[in-house]
Ligand binder design. Structure first.
Ligand code: ASP
Length: 344
């Protein structure tokens, strides 16, 4: 890699296992002082470029990360955008796919890498996966060709794969290989070499400037269907005060029961201004409304297809669109198309 001395990377530590050590007195996990990260990962000094870090205070277990924290992450990137070539966001694994999805919608025309990573084992442990994840995420965030970043996207790097953030989902609470991207191939694979899949990476229009969207509307719900689902539950959700949109997690390629009450209740929610977004509860594949009789009526009622979107991207996209679009029609139009590479 050329010009390494001119390269600057900002590490943004938000919290999570990667930045933890075991307290020798209590045995519980406590956050390290992130300014001393090189004590735990001395290899960081070998990059030979300007590597700086900021830490959230207090740091957050990712279960406590919400839209206010996404805004804080986006603002940290915005404030430092000109100063650094790339950003590595250290984040707990539990909700990393939500944050990466949210940031992908917030950072319009992003032209620099924003690489999320974390670990299953704390950085202070001998067998930690955090060291490799951190070092490779930095390598990717700094990678350039002809002076331009190789991966100017919001991504997740974990174990051996770099995946698009809004295509990724956490699937293992045990394995180092904790994430996958069921409907979009990895943007890079890491073995002896770092192999980038150039044709899969999104490159922005260089004439456009970064726009940071900071408004979310959290009046959304996820209704996971199951055999035997009752009307009382469905109505309780549909009648939630101020609710603007519901993601129905459907069976297979977007199918749902054809009970008359079910279709009628969804339809009256839509007719009174609500939005229903159909996302499959399968871990791969796409919604295809109309393929079976069990989804044709949803289509007729005005339910919008989520195609092959992940659950994490669907909820963050809805909150983002409800926060930024002027009308229900505009939200529905944007739901049906890719705005940051989240659907095929
Ligand atoms: N509970 C932690 C978190 O998500 C787990 C982790 O970092 O992997 O913040």
């Amino acid at each position: 890699m050329k010009d390494r001395k001119d390269t600057s990377i900002l590490l943004i530590y938000t919290g999570g296992t990667i930045g933890m050590i075991h307290d020798p007195e209590t045995g519980s996990l406590i956050p390290i002082d992130f300014n001393h990260i090189t004590y735990h990962v001395p290899e960081l000094d070998k990059f030979g470029f300007n590597l700086e870090s900021v830490s959230f205070n207090p740091v957050k277990d990712s279960s406590n990360i919400d839209p206010d924290v996404w805004i804080k992450m986006a603002e940290t990137i915005e404030e430092n955008y000109e100063k650094y070539d790339g950003f590595v966001v250290l984040h707990g694994t539990d909700t990393m796919a939500y944050s990466a999805s949210a940031l992908s919608f917030m950072l319009e025309n992003l032209a620099k890498p924003v690489i999320f990573t974390g670990s299953q084992l704390p950085i202070g442990l001998l067998r930690t996966d955090g060291r490799e994840n951190l070092l490779t995420a930095i390598e990717i965030a700094s990678a350039k060709e002809n002076g331009l970043p190789l991966v100017p996207e919001v991504c997740i790097f974990f174990d051996n794969e770099l995946t698009r953030g809004n295509r990724t989902t956490k699937f293992s609470a045990e394995h180092f290989d904790a994430f996958n991207s069921p409907n979009y191939p990895p943007l890079a694979e890491v073995g002896l070499h770092l192999k980038y899949n150039y044709t899969l990476i999104r490159y922005p229009d260089p004439r456009k400037n970064l726009i940071v969207h900071k408004t979310f509307n959290t009046n959304v719900a996820i209704l996971k269907l199951f055999p035997g689902i009752g009307r009382n539950l469905v109505q309780a959700i549909l009648n939630t005060k101020d609710l603007r949109a519901i993601i129905i997690e459907t069976f297979g390629s977007g199918n749902a029961p054809t009970y008359r009450w079910f279709i009628d209740d969804l339809k009256s929610f839509i007719d009174s201004g609500g939005i229903i977004f159909n996302v499959t509860q399968c871990h791969g594949g796409s919604v295809e409304m109309g393929l079976y009789e069990t989804s044709r009526e949803l289509l007729a009622a005005g339910v919008v297809s989520g195609k092959d979107i992940t659950s994490e991207a669907s909820v963050t996209k809805l909150m983002h669109l409800l926060g930024t679009c002027g009308s229900k029609e505009e939200v529905e139009k944007c739901l049906g198309k890719s705005i940051a590479g989240e659907i095929s």
